[in-house]
Write a protein that binds this ligand. Structure first.
Ligand SMILES: *[C@@H]1O[C@H](CO)[C@@H](O)[C@H](O)[C@H]1NC(C)=O
Ligand SMILES: *[C@@H]1O[C@H](CO)[C@@H](O)[C@H](O)[C@H]1NC(C)=O
Ligand SMILES: *[C@@H]1O[C@H](CO)[C@@H](O)[C@H](O)[C@H]1NC(C)=O
Ligand SMILES: *[C@@H]1O[C@H](CO)[C@@H](O)[C@H](O)[C@H]1NC(C)=O
Ligand SMILES: *[C@@H]1O[C@H](CO)[C@@H](O)[C@H](O)[C@H]1NC(C)=O
Ligand SMILES: *[C@@H]1O[C@H](CO)[C@@H](O)[C@H](O)[C@H]1NC(C)=O
Ligand SMILES: *[C@@H]1O[C@H](CO)[C@@H](O)[C@H](O)[C@H]1NC(C)=O
Length: 685
């Protein structure tokens, strides 16, 4: 263990027991959570170690602090603490270089617990209490018994069979993590009587979009279905308090310095505004993996400075905007793996700063218009479940994602749409990545119109049968197009006319027999996956480029500009590409042989290569949709004799030195290409 200085006391007394405990603790704290991240960290620190000159790290003075027998005590940088696993992934830059005094202790039984806690050094800054769960060893910890440790900023309690009883606030704590334990309020605990914040039903004035004049014509299908639920139970305050006491619902009133609170997998069933009242410093709250069904109105009104909130892996079956009302600073909302079935304008309150919302694994079938109007700053939205398919479409000319003008990433799995049409993705003007999975019959023209910033379009595994020739109109910046594993039988000529930045096209796993001739004239194409298609090979395929089809993108590599001393000045990641011969496209009409082998050895298409010119490229580019259709009907694929003659060299040219040189060059290129290819061919037949 290189993690800080391990200090053992009372070594003479019970050395063996202690060693065993250390081993258990090590397994315990490494077994939880994310091993990859640990690994990442280790290699990073190793690198740092080997790179930086042996600058003697300021060794924290080993004031042999009194460490109880059941504990391991050490000094560690905060970001090296096991706790940082979950703090760090929420707080990106936790650059706390200060060494933290940490004790990790095993809870054994109730008789020992008090003694253990009272023998901890008073200036401890972080405490981890672990309990190896078994039903017959129940351990209780009262917050009052932690009160003397008033330097503590971080507390973590984990393990089945442990119960934390909140009988007094720990006003000094900044980070608290409770995992797989019971968290209960003591019966004696004083509870808040008045809402400390201004928010309440009476003065929360939020007008639904449909009430605004702008949307007079729009009738939401499901209007405020939650209204009754909210008014359902009217209890007197005393009755209400009585109920709260019975449920022993925890409350953190008075934990005024709390910034991060995580109550994960703790069987929490209900939450109420009182649970979080007065947590003005709280910025990160995670209530993942509990049994929460319902969010009562103003549930987080006591913690209005939340930046991230996770309610993932619960049983929430409906959202009403009052539930999350007032969280105007929220940036990250995670509602993944709940039971939401539809979303509408009454689902969310205004979230002016929201950047990311995760709605995956909810059986959402419908998104009604105006749902996302309240979060028009959002950059990332993810949805889709394997229980229900999300219907994509428009309603009264409203799209489902209108107003998400700043969205960069939209990821929707298990969608269903007959014909994906213009208007569905209206308003997504900043989108850079769009990923759809599910069942889509066809993509109509201008479906993605307005997405001038889109770089990656992934429509793999959607069962698409047909693409409009103008399906990709307007996507001028597209770099990656994935249409793999669909049911395409035909790529319309001109489909990629607008895409001069295209680097990668994935068409593997379709029913394609031919490609438009201009396909390989894309100026920046680096990868063209064409395998797993029943190609009908002919000399029309002479333009196909082996170096593009037999290639995949590898991990990106960092390249650096270095100064005289060899130190990097500026670095950037560039994609790397790897050759993979198993990706070679094969001819269905030639026994599944490699396309390139058939062209050269069986069809002898080589001789025609030299006649190919680039003049056909972009022949339909910029033409209106109707004109392209017209040309297609006229069979414009057949070259006219007159146009072809123009490319024959004229007599005067033949005497030209330039021309002769060019011809020689072409000849040479062809030869070297043949040579290099015939080496590869043997493997591909
Ligand atoms: C704990 O204390 C109770 C009495 O206070 C005693 O009966 C019990 O045996 C003790 N348990 C252990 C494991 O020492
Ligand atoms: C915790 O507090 C309760 C009262 O709420 C008390 O009955 C119990 O003995 C205390 N337990 C410990 C371990 O201090
Ligand atoms: C809410 O509306 C009422 C009446 O329209 C008004 O008196 C009150 O000041 C408003 N409250 C807020 C917080 O805007
Ligand atoms: C986002 O919504 C707010 C409030 O609804 C509005 O004031 C703002 O103009 C909108 N921003 C954009 C870019 O539409
Ligand atoms: C999509 O949802 C349907 C239910 O509507 C379900 O049967 C199907 O398995 C889901 N598909 C995927 C890929 O999860
Ligand atoms: C799409 O292709 C798959 C196999 O590639 C096939 O099982 C499925 O029936 C096809 N669907 C349609 C609608 O043709
Ligand atoms: C092809 O060329 C002939 C003359 O050789 C001309 O009459 C005809 O219109 C041309 N067709 C097209 C489609 O350009």
């Amino acid at each position: 263990m290189t993690r800080g200085a391990t200090v053992r006391c009372k070594m003479s007394k019970s050395k063996i027991i202690h060693t065993i405990i250390i081993i258990i603790l090590t397994i315990f704290s490494y077994g939880f959570g994310m091993p990859q991240q640990e690994l990442l960290y280790d290699t990073e620190s190793l690198e740092q170690y080997s790179q930086s000159q042996p600058e003697p790290e300021p060794e924290p003075e080993l004031d042999v602090f009194n460490c109880p027998t059941n504990c391991v005590c050490q000094y560690d940088a905060f970001k090296e603490l096991p706790i940082a696993r979950w703090v760090n992934h929420m707080i990106d830059s936790y650059d706390d270089e200060l060494h933290t005094k940490l004790a990790t202790c095993l809870l054994q039984d109730n008789n020992d617990t008090l003694g253990l806690l009272s023998s901890l050094p008073m200036d401890l800054q972080a405490l981890i209490l672990l309990h190896t769960g078994s039903s017959d060893s129940q351990v209780m910890v009262n917050t009052s018994s932690l009160k003397p440790l008033n330097q503590l900023t971080t507390l973590e309690i984990r393990g089945q069979g442990a119960t934390l009883i909140i009988d007094e606030p720990l006003e000094f704590l900044q980070h608290a993590n409770f995992e797989q334990i019971q968290v209960q309020a003591s019966e004696r605990l004083q509870r808040a009587i008045n809402i400390q914040t201004k928010l309440s039903n009476d003065n929360y004035n939020y007008t639904l979009a449909s009430d605004l004049n702008a949307t007079k014509n729009y009738e939401p299908k499901s209007k405020l279905q939650f209204e009754e639920v909210i008014l359902e139970e009217i209890l007197s305050y005393e009755q209400h308090m009585q109920k709260l006491k019975l449920t022993r619902m925890p409350t953190f009133k008075g934990w005024t310095r709390l910034e991060v609170l995580r109550i994960q997998d703790c069987h929490l069933e209900e939450i109420h505004w009182q649970t979080f009242d007065g947590l003005q410093q709280l910025t990160h709250l995670s209530l993942e993996r509990n049994n929460i069904v319902d969010l009562p109105p103003f549930a987080f009104a006591g913690a209005l400075h939340l930046k991230s909130l996770s309610l993932a892996h619960n049983f929430i079956d409906g959202m009403h905007y009052l539930g999350l009302a007032g969280l105007l600073e929220l940036e990250n909302l995670n509602l993944a793996d709940n039971l939401l079935e539809f979303l509408n304008e009454a689902s969310f309150p205004p979230f002016p700063k929201l950047k990311k919302i995760d709605l995956r694994k909810n059986p959402v079938r419908n998104i009604y218009p105006a749902t996302f109007w309240v979060m028009n700053n959002t950059r990332e939205l993810q949805m889709g479940s394997n229980v229900a398919a999300l219907e994509l479409g428009t309603m009264n000319s409203y799209g489902q994602f209108d107003s998400l003008h700043k969205l960069r990433t939209l990821s929707l799995s298990n969608v269903t749409a007959g014909n994906l049409e213009q208007g569905v993705f209206k308003g997504l003007n900043s989108l850079e990545t769009l990923m759809l999975r599910g069942s889509i019959k066809s993509i109509q023209f201008d479906t993605f119109a307005g997405m001038g910033q889109l770089r990656e379009l992934d429509l793999s595994e959607c069962g698409i049968l047909e693409l409009s020739m103008d399906a990709l109109m307007g996507l001028q910046r597209l770099e990656i197009l994935k249409l793999a594993h669909n049911n395409l039988t035909n790529i319309p000529p001109g489909l990629l006319d607008d895409q001069q930045q295209l680097e990668e096209v994935h068409l593997q796993g379709n029913q394609l027999k031919t490609l438009p001739k201009s396909f390989f004239y894309q100026p920046r194409l680096r990868v063209a996956r064409l395998d797993l298609n029943p190609w009908q090979c002919s000399c029309d395929m002479s333009t196909w480029l082996q170096r593009l089809t037999n290639r995949i993108r590898g991990p990106s590599v960092e390249t650096c500009v270095k100064d005289i001393n060899g130190d990097p000045i500026a670095c950037r990641h560039v994609p790397s590409f790897e050759v993979d011969k198993s990706l070679v496209p094969r001819c269905a009409n030639y026994n599944g042989r490699s396309v390139y082998y058939v062209l050269r050895r069986q069809l002898h298409c080589d001789a025609m290569l030299i006649l190919k010119t680039r003049s056909r490229m972009g022949k339909t580019r910029g033409l209106p949709h109707w004109r392209k259709l017209e040309m297609q009907q006229q069979g414009h694929a057949k070259p006219n004799r007159t146009t072809r003659r123009q490319h024959k060299p004229r007599k005067s040219q033949r005497n030209n030195l330039d021309f002769v040189l060019k011809q020689q060059q072409q000849h040479q290129m062809r030869r070297s290409k043949e040579e290099s290819q015939s080496v590869e061919l043997s493997n591909e037949i």
